[in-house]
Design a binder for this molecule. Structure first.
Ligand code: HAM
Length: 433
């Protein structure tokens, strides 16, 4: 027997029984997103590798360890020096959306671009529960001069919470922190590095490296001794300027106005370089070690850093697979058919096939058995399809130009003229709406 080919590790097939649930999650999310004024943007699944390195940060875990690069050099145009760096599958949406915002001059068209996306992201992770190599995000990015307001930080967080509420998720927690302005962040990283130098030996090997490369990540390390070392530093919020503190207070007040509960977490720093001011994460204890349902924050410097105008931005992304893990069991019953057509004899199949087409063009969900089968087996199929009506075409019906319409719920049946099917169809649809 030929060897079977299996799916790559860390990816999954979404079979019809699950895709019904995915569709419901996506529809629900789209509804909420559109009520908040977000419009969908679709960007390519791969981009120039440099885009991610320049946005998420050369030293971030994602860029260091998890980029999935496309190695086929024929993708590259040898006459274009920019293509030398190669391409990578997108590990997240933010960088691509900012690239597109700049490239399409959206700043010239609107003061605030409220964009959303739903799609696959790719990271070369070691797969485990809730951590995949291909996963899906529902994300938003609000970019433009009009985004410079603490009200929008609060609204973006409220939106993430409302999406989860609408999907009936419970027991999740919004954790919140501020990194301060770009200047605050810079001077804090210097101070922090100095403060940690005498304690290097108490840090885990990863954090010893992080002190130089990505010092903020020492703050959210889960290792016990690293946590104890950070506790000893007694950090507080001295590193924040008065303006940054005031901005954060306004964000929190706006959340309170909307009745969104949150927990302040001074250790929350996020692993991507582009954030400043507000950062947040939504966690759920039901998820185990990969407990973030979603995360986001403000990134006021990124558009300029990628060659665009000097405009502010804020956004988040929720992981769909993790939402599904934390969601109460959803109804995954497929939508039943409206009509199942049965041909009793092989020569009735042509009429059945033609009728099926009329029904479908008329807007009904209809199906039949394409191969001749016994009446019993076709009735079983009809039953399984959930169709409330079954059309039966036997010898008599073909001769008289009629069809037997069986009402599966009432158990009754009537004869209809085949050319009256159009009117019958209208009646059924009226009843449906
Ligand atoms: P992130 O924290 O890297 O942020 O990812 C956001 C969410 O995507 C996570 O909380 C998680 O639910 C899901 N996720 C991430 N990696 C995986 C994985 N390997 N397997 C399954 N789910 C995963 C970002 O991606 C930022 N772009 C968010 C953002 C948007 N910030 C501003 N705007």
């Amino acid at each position: 027997m030929a060897e079977k080919i299996s799916i790559p590790r860390g990816t999954s097939d979404i079979l019809p029984a699950e895709s019904v649930v995915w569709q419901r999650v996506e529809e629900q999310a789209r509804g909420t997103l559109e009520r908040y004024g977000y419009r969908e943007i679709r960007t390519p699944l791969f981009e120039r590798t440099g885009l991610f390195a320049r946005s998420m940060g050369e030293t971030s875990d994602v860029v260091q360890k998890q980029m999935l690069n496309l190695s086929r050099t024929h993708l590259e145009d040898p006459s274009d020096p920019k293509e030398k760096e190669g391409f990578s599958l997108r590990p997240e949406g933010t960088a691509s959306i900012v690239r597109s915002y700049i490239e399409n001059n959206l700043d010239k068209q609107e003061n605030l671009s409220k964009l959303y996306y739903i799609g696959a992201m790719f990271r070369g992770e070691r797969p485990q529960k809730g951590r995949l190599r291909q996963f899906h995000q529902i994300g938003v990015e609000a970019i433009g001069p009009g985004s410079a307001s603490p009200l929008l930080d609060a609204e973006v967080m409220a939106l993430a919470v409302r999406i989860l509420n609408a999907l009936k998720l419970k027991d999740f927690e919004l954790r919140l922190n501020t990194l301060g302005s770009v200047q605050d962040k810079e001077s804090f990283s210097k101070t922090l590095r100095k403060m940690l130098q005498p304690h290097l030996k108490d840090l885990c090997p990863d954090c010893q490296q992080r002190v130089e490369r990505n010092v903020f990540r020492v703050l959210d390390c889960k290792n016990k001794t690293c946590r104890a070392t950070v506790d000893k530093l007694g950090l507080g919020d001295k590193h924040l300027s008065a303006e940054s503190r005031e901005y954060f207070t306004k964000v929190k007040e706006a959340l309170e106005l909307l009745g969104i509960s949150y927990v302040e977490d001074p250790r929350l720093v996020r692993g991507l370089d582009y954030y400043n001011h507000t950062v947040f994460e939504i966690t759920s204890p039901s998820l185990g070690s990969q407990d973030a349902l979603g995360a986001g924050g403000r990134y006021n410097n990124l558009v300029r850093q990628l060659g665009g105008p000097d405009v502010d931005a804020v956004g988040f992304a929720l992981g769909i697979e993790r939402i599904l893990l934390a969601m109460p069991a959803a109804d995954n019953a497929p939508r039943p058919l409206d009509v199942f057509v049965i041909a009793l004899k092989e020569d009735a199949q042509r009429t059945a096939f033609e009728m099926l087409d009329v029904l479908r063009r008329g807007g009904l969900r209809a199906d039949m058995s394409y191969r001749p089968a016994s009446v019993k087996s076709q009735m079983r199929q009809a039953d399984k399809s959930g169709a409330p009506h079954v059309f039966i075409l036997g010898e008599d019906e073909i001769q008289n130009g009629t069809v037997t319409v069986k009402d599966m719920r009432e158990g009754t049946q009537i004869q209809e003229k085949q050319d009256h099917i159009g009117q019958w169809l209208v009646k059924v649809k009226e009843r449906q709406s």
